[in-house]
Ligand binder design. Structure first.
Ligand SMILES: *Cc1c(COP(=O)(O)O)cnc(C)c1O
Length: 358
């Protein structure tokens, strides 16, 4: 079976694909509502929350927009340390919010002391943080960042994007006191693209009621009105909700802790391999991602030639660097259905390629 070591969309298990082929159901039927409720309740376990989890039938970026539109009247601070946190900043600006940025060098994590300083200078209604920057392979210490917010500015809402980590890394929404936590289907949850999930606490929902111009499609109050009836305001992507419900059972069969340990072990293997070749991770060592290793390409590997070789001999592919870092780095994502054996095989293939090109 082909294996894609790319940070989404990832490989989907055949039985999950199969789960999508059930006949359609009207989204106002009891049969559909039962599946929707079941999927949403299971999702709460992966979010470690007793609050609601919304199933959005659009990709994760829509949830970034949902957070901004519903939780910010005016002032928001966006922590920017890579391309996806930059996108969240763009989302806030384009929605007309008064948006400040806390810039952190790419490859570095957002540090609690940096956030503390920024929050002391000005009051913000919300702060946005990307947990796992997929462009740089950096995991920011969200638990500690949240503590700082509660210390310095307790009412500020904490919005977290965990698109490329939730389901592969433990993120405890309630214990860490996060107000809005979002993810997408096509990364560590190993589903096809097209769904996003967001955990939203009561405080955040109450705030939304005080925010004007929330729009319609992403209005949390409209979403909540339908969520309590186990459906959505508009027609949901019914087959993907079948797949979500099915895949969450597979995830529980593996066990969440086992799944997190597997992701940590897979990325560790990649880091060990790259270091053995004299290629350090692009991310500072203490904050390396556990789901997508971003490696400094000090050997100048040509990733498109490498991928041709890997596809031909192993049916595998990795990812080039993001944007400007296309040549300078490459990324090996180890998400979802990938196993330790798959990682071994990939690294063996990369070793062969390196030997052949000496
Ligand atoms: C992939 C990604 C996104 C974008 O998600 P879509 O589902 O493509 O909208 C946002 N944030 C992070 C951290 C990502 O990795």
């Amino acid at each position: 079976m082909a294996r894609m070591f790319v940070p989404g969309p990832v490989d989907v298990a055949p039985e999950v694909m199969q789960a999508m082929t059930k006949p359609m159901l009207p989204h106002r039927s009891k049969e559909y509502e039962d599946i929707h409720r079941s999927a949403a309740e299971k999702a709460q376990k992966v979010f470690y929350t007793n609050y609601r989890v919304f199933i959005g039938t659009h990709s994760g970026s829509g949830m970034q927009e949902t957070g901004i539109r519903n939780l910010v009247n005016k002032d928001v601070l966006c922590c920017v340390n890579g391309a996806f946190s930059e996108r969240w900043y763009d989302v806030a600006v384009s929605n007309g919010k008064n948006t400040d940025r806390l810039d952190v060098e790419w490859g570095k994590a957002v540090r609690p002391d940096q956030l503390r300083d920024a929050l002391k200078k000005k009051h913000y209604e919300a702060v946005t943080i990307v947990h796992n920057e997929t462009s740089t392979g950096v995991e920011s210490p969200v638990k500690d960042l949240s503590k700082v917010v509660r210390e310095v500015s307790p009412e500020t809402f904490i919005l977290v994007d965990a698109v490329s980590s939730l389901g592969g890394t433990k993120i405890e929404m309630d214990a860490w006191d996060l107000d809005f936590l979002l993810t997408s289907s096509q990364k560590c949850l190993a589903l096809p693209p097209g769904l996003s999930l967001a955990g939203v606490n009561d405080r955040a929902l109450a705030k939304a009621a005080t925010v004007e111009n929330r729009g319609w499609y992403f209005d949390l109050l409209i979403m909540e009105k339908h969520r309590v009836k186990n459906s959505t305001a508009m027609t949901p992507v019914v087959p993907l909700v079948y797949a979500l419900d099915f895949q969450l059972d597979r995830i529980f069969d593996e066990g969440l802790e086992n799944r997190f340990a597997r992701h940590a072990a897979m990325s560790q293997k990649v880091y060990n391999w790259s270091l053995a070749h004299g290629m350090p991770s692009f991310a500072e060592e203490a904050y390396r991602s556990k789901t997508v290793a971003t490696i400094s390409n000090t050997m100048n590997l040509d990733v498109s030639v490498l991928n041709k070789f890997l596809m031909e001999h192993y049916q595998m592919r990795i990812s080039s660097g993001y944007g400007d870092m296309k040549e300078k780095t490459f990324r090996i994502a180890t998400m979802g259905e990938i196993s330790l054996t798959d990682v071994d095989m990939l690294l063996e293939g990369m070793d062969k390629f390196i030997a052949l090109n000496k």
